[in-house]
Design a protein around this ligand. Structure first.
Ligand SMILES: Nc1ncnc2c1ncn2[C@@H]1O[C@H](COP(=O)(O)OP(=O)(O)OP(=O)(O)O)[C@@H](O)[C@H]1O
Length: 974
């Protein structure tokens, strides 16, 4: 019997594809360049579906057609085809209104886009062009209807909405029209000449910080923002805008993307937030110091107890060893459970490590990259096992769980054998209890970054090396170790791929119950019962660890019932080895999996720039809803730590850097569709997008729209990255070279080389690193920006104050001068003392205000400045009026002087001849009146756009060109 096409391996294309994929698997495991791309392509669901359709067709082609019913036998092929044609020609699309035909010939190339409302968001934002006043599509949100239709692009100029011209309207008004529309919405747009093409691949990142758009006044459109928490995995779908990226949560891939700050912007925000806290800037430093001080205290206690403890410790150690040998049937030996490891970690060497680790890793989340690139990793059976790292507050049961896990299956789980510099005891064996090494060898491992952690106890060094862990993994076993959370970053290497499990205490009441009979093992009291303070301390510490390092935890186990916790641990460990997980980029095994995150260097785009004084009104806020089956790059581990709700930081609401004229609406919003109060309610729109190109008579004007992309990418942002790069390398890919075990190094001091103690030098360097960390963020530009912002504040104040003074001045003058200037001598008498100080104050305020308004105009682009003035741009008008007022005031300076020197004409030497008062004072009064009017008007104009600030934009934009290149370099190096 002839096999059917689908099952015939020779004919079935699906089958062939399956074979090709099998072949590819071989190359895949060998990591051959480009295979991943091909693999993904062949795996793509659309190709599979296409091939299945093809196979089905082939199968049916070979079959002899048999009519399904006897009735059908009478049907002719012609009748069938005619029925098909009738159905096929039927238009099932919604009925759309006819195109308006009164469009003038001179009109620009137009595109008419019709959308029919439904429950989905349109997913686009609009803004007003700063110079032309046009309403533009600012951003098309990835995954929204606008994007899916492929007919609306960022930069498209909106001409009409439902037949209503949008010329001269504010974005809010446009939104209002949209919100009021029902049924079909018709947009008439002038298409952007070169629609932006998003050629970037998607990037997956782990958020190392949290972000709340509602608390960020600088976001171009609050409703389009995507809130996220530490540890969330985000799919970045669009990085075209260097300041605001579009992303989705991996758990919500079916939804529209949302706006998130770019890496650099978020870093800057973090830094600004940091600096905005008057007493916080030093907490970083303080925390390190306080850690050291706490440890100092610990040390004192330890030293006091050390003598008493020494004996106990040694005997404990011995008895434990004996127990392990004698008490176990299988005669396995669990190394790495020496109390020395637990003890020494909290001692002096850890203090050093703290400084290093804190600057290198612990504080990384606070000052380092806010996003960490991740890739999907699925361990193949031939791969080594992943290292299992247990982390938890002291006393929570980390050791107990580890011990129980190993005891369950010692041939499968094992601890790493630690190193020590102490001498071997008679009953010990090298490589079983410890690797006994000299101090030099130990130090060489330390300086060669081969120690995952180390500490000193009673003058001896103890530590666990990467090689010891490797040795366990090489045996095909799963290495289980416990680490202080600060050490996680050091363990995050390509070779170890650690899976971090956080052991969390349950609540106090449960613990009181479960730890009733448990014994806490401390440095100097052995087997002491848990007290309430111990449990409370454990709970507090767990919370701190979660807040600070939660983003690194792959799984969380609450250790309430020991047996349950152990079962959970076992299952988590198995899942870690068998299921796909997300790993950070240094683990990147397959270059094709996820692209490097840097967007291609593109021409600055017209939309949404930090400096542009435009903001975006949301045409339709994206609604985030459960996934609709988009394919994640990595199945997010189901046992991914459920992020403990990190307490939100109190964010200071500040004037947005971006200086937006807030177009965000606060009206008629449908709360069911929008996520916050700035949402602009446009009824959901959708679908049936029809493009009907009109005759072309004129090219569109993108060049005009392409004003500079004033991005605030700062030097230090880039520098930080570059600096962190080698640092990361040292941490993530542990160097294989071993440093020389010499205690002395030669350093240049006072122009000649002198020997210095190596460990001292390292300590000093670490300290410098910590304090440098603080200083790094504060550059000359930051100083300039702060000064500038202070001046801007003074400027803003002076506008209002000046207007008040000028009005008060003229009112005062008129009151004193009386009706028809009948009382001029009284005015002179009264005003003469005021003339100098008051007029000087007016000059000063006028000068300040004039400079402050000039700051808002780009005189380098004179034509633009003049055009703005002619187009009655409020800012340009205000600066002109201020300048005129200043000149007019100065022109009357002589008169002010004369008023100051007023003496009645009867007095000898008087400057005021009888009867000249009116002649002199009248123009002075008129000028003061005009000045008051001009100043008042300017103030009104300025209040239209109080936030606009060109200098700041220019300061930020100076880096724009450098940014992609630097970043490229950075990526290349990484
Ligand atoms: N779920 C639990 N129920 C009851 N007792 C427990 C539980 N978990 C741990 N214990 C007990 O608590 C004590 C401390 O546990 P363990 O030594 O494992 O803590 P640890 O996290 O390693 O702390 P340290 O780092 O201080 O050594 C041990 O006596 C252990 O048997």
């Amino acid at each position: 019997m002839k096999p059917s096409t689908a099952t015939n391996p020779e004919n079935g294309l699906s089958q062939i594809l399956r074979l090709v994929l099998q072949e590819l698997n071989l190359f895949y495991s060998r990591d051959v360049n480009g295979v991943c791309l091909l693999y993904d392509l062949l795996h793509s669901p659309w190709l599979q579906a296409l091939l299945k359709v093809y196979d089905c067709l082939q199968e049916f082609k070979e079959k002899k057609l048999v009519p399904a019913t006897t009735h059908a036998q009478t049907l002719s092929y012609e009748a069938l085809l005619s029925a098909h044609d009738t159905v096929a020609q039927k238009d099932f699309e919604p009925l759309l209104p006819p195109l308006p035909d009164n469009i003038p010939d001179s009109e620009e190339a137009m595109r008419i886009v019709c959308l029919v409302k439904n429950q989905q968001p349109l997913g686009a934002t609009i803004k007003r062009h700063e110079m032309t006043g046009d309403i533009l599509v600012a951003r098309v949100i990835h995954g929204g209807l606008a994007e899916r239709s492929g007919l609306l692009y960022a930069g498209d100029k909106l001409v009409e909405v439902n037949g209503v011209s949008v010329e001269g309207l504010d974005p809010e008004q446009v939104i209002h029209i949209l919100a009021m529309s029902r049924g079909t919405i018709m947009f008439k747009v002038v298409p952007v000449s070169a629609p932006p093409v998003n050629s970037q691949k998607m990037v997956y990142v782990r958020a190392m910080t949290e972000y709340w758009p509602q608390e960020d006044p600088t976001i171009p459109c609050m409703d389009a923002g995507l809130p996220f928490q530490k540890g969330d995995i985000l799919q970045i779908v669009d990085q075209n805008d260097a300041l605001w990226w579009q992303a989705r949560k991996i758990s919500d891939l079916g939804t529209c993307a949302g706006l998130i700050p770019s890496n650099h912007l978020l870093k800057r925000k973090q830094r600004e937030f940091w600096w905005s806290q008057p007493y916080q800037p030093h907490t970083h430093l303080k925390s390190t110091i306080s850690i050291s001080m706490e440890e100092e205290d610990d040390m004192k206690i330890d030293e006091k107890c050390v003598e008493a403890d020494e004996e106990t410790f040694e005997s404990e150690e011995l008895s434990e060893d004996k127990e392990e040998f004698v008490g176990c049937d299988q005669k396995f030996f669990i190394a790495g459970f020496r109390r020395s490891m637990r003890l020494c970690r909290r001692k002096s060497h850890l203090r050093q490590q703290h400084a290093g680790v804190c600057s290198a890793s612990g504080c990384l989340s606070a000052s380092g990259a806010p996003y960490e690139e991740v890739v999907r990793y699925q361990r193949r059976p031939s791969d080594k096992h992943r290292l299992i790292v247990l982390v938890g507050p002291s006393g929570v049961g980390v050791n107990e769980l580890r011990r129980q896990l190993i005891e369950r299956n010692p041939s499968h789980f094992q601890s790493a054998v630690p190193h020590t510099t102490r001498s071997k005891k008679s009953y010990e064996m090298d490589g079983r209890e410890y690797h006994y090494v000299s101090k030099e060898t130990f130090e060489s491992l330390m300086y060669g970054h081969r120690m995952l952690e180390y500490g000193e106890y009673k003058g001896h060094l103890y530590g666990t090396s990467v090689d010891a862990v490797q040795a366990v993994l090489d045996e095909g076993k799963i290495c289980v170790m416990d680490l202080e959370p600060q050490g996680i970053q050091i363990a995050r290497t390509h070779e170890l791929k650690p899976y971090v499990i956080f052991i969390k205490p349950s609540n106090m009441s449960c613990m009181k119950q479960s730890r009733k009979n448990a014994k806490i093992i401390t440095d100097y009291f052995v087997d002491m019962k848990f007290k309430d303070e111990d449990l409370q301390e454990m709970e507090d510490l767990a919370q701190k660890m979660e807040t600070q390092f939660g983003q690194f935890f792959d799984h969380v186990i609450v250790n309430d019932n020991l047996q349950d916790a152990c079962a959970q641990l076992l299952s988590a460990v198995q899942k870690a080895q068998e299921e796909p997980h997300v790993l950070h980029e240094p683990f990147h095994l397959c270059q094709g999996d996820i692209p490097l995150s840097r967007p291609k260097k593109k021409k600055p785009r017209t939309k949404n720039t930090l400096g542009s004084a435009s903001s975006e009104g949301l045409v339709q806020a994206p609604v985030h809803k459960p996934s609709e089956g988009s394919e994640p790059p990595a199945k997010e581990s189901t046992e991914q730590p459920k992020e403990a709700p990190v307490p939100r930081r109190q964010r200071k609401t500040r004037l947005p850097l971006e200086l937006e004229t807030s177009f965000a609406q606060k009206k008629a919003s449908n709360s069911s569709l929008l996520r916050n109060e700035n949402g602009i309610h446009m009824e959901p729109t959708e679908e049936a997008v029809i493009q009907k190109p009109r005759r072309k008579t004129k090219k569109t004007q993108p060049a005009e729209l392409q004003y500079a992309n004033e991005l605030g990418v700062e030097d230090e942002d880039i520098i930080t990255d570059e600096q962190s790069s080698p640092e990361q390398q040292s941490r993530f890919t542990v160097p294989t070279g071993i440093s020389q075990p010499v205690g002395k190094v030669f350093v240049e001091k006072s122009r000649r080389f002198q020997a210095a103690d190596r460990s001292e030098l390292i300590k000093t360097t670490e300290n410098i690193e910590v304090s440098m960390d603080v200083k790094l963020s504060w550059t000359t530009r930051d100083v300039a920006l702060s000064v500038h912002r202070a001046f801007r504040m003074i400027g803003l104040f002076s506008h209002g104050f000046l207007a008040g003074c000028a009005v008060w001045n003229i009112v005062f003058i008129y009151i004193l001068a009386g009706d028809q200037l009948s009382n001029l001598s009284n005015l002179l008498q009264q005003y003469k003392t005021l003339a100098y100080p008051f007029q000087s104050l007016l000059y000063l305020l006028l000068a300040l205000s004039t400079v402050s308004t000039f700051d808002r105009i780009d005189f380098a682009k004179t034509s633009v400045a003049i055009r703005n003035f002619l187009a009655l741009d409020p800012t340009a008008l205000a600066s002109f009026l201020y300048f005129t007022a200043l000149i007019l005031s100065l022109s009357q300076q002589m008169t002010s002087d004369r008023i100051h020197l007023y003496t009645p004409s009867s007095v000898n030497g008087s400057l005021w001849a009888a009867g000249v008062e009116e002649q002199v004072l009248q123009p002075w009064i008129v000028v003061n009146l005009v000045v008051a009017l001009l100043v008042g008007l300017s103030w009104l104009f300025l209040s239209y756009r109080p936030g606009m600030d060109l200098s700041e934009e220019l300061m930020f934009s100076s880096d724009v060109e450098e940014y992609p290149e630097k970043d490229k370099g950075l990526k290349a190096s990484s």
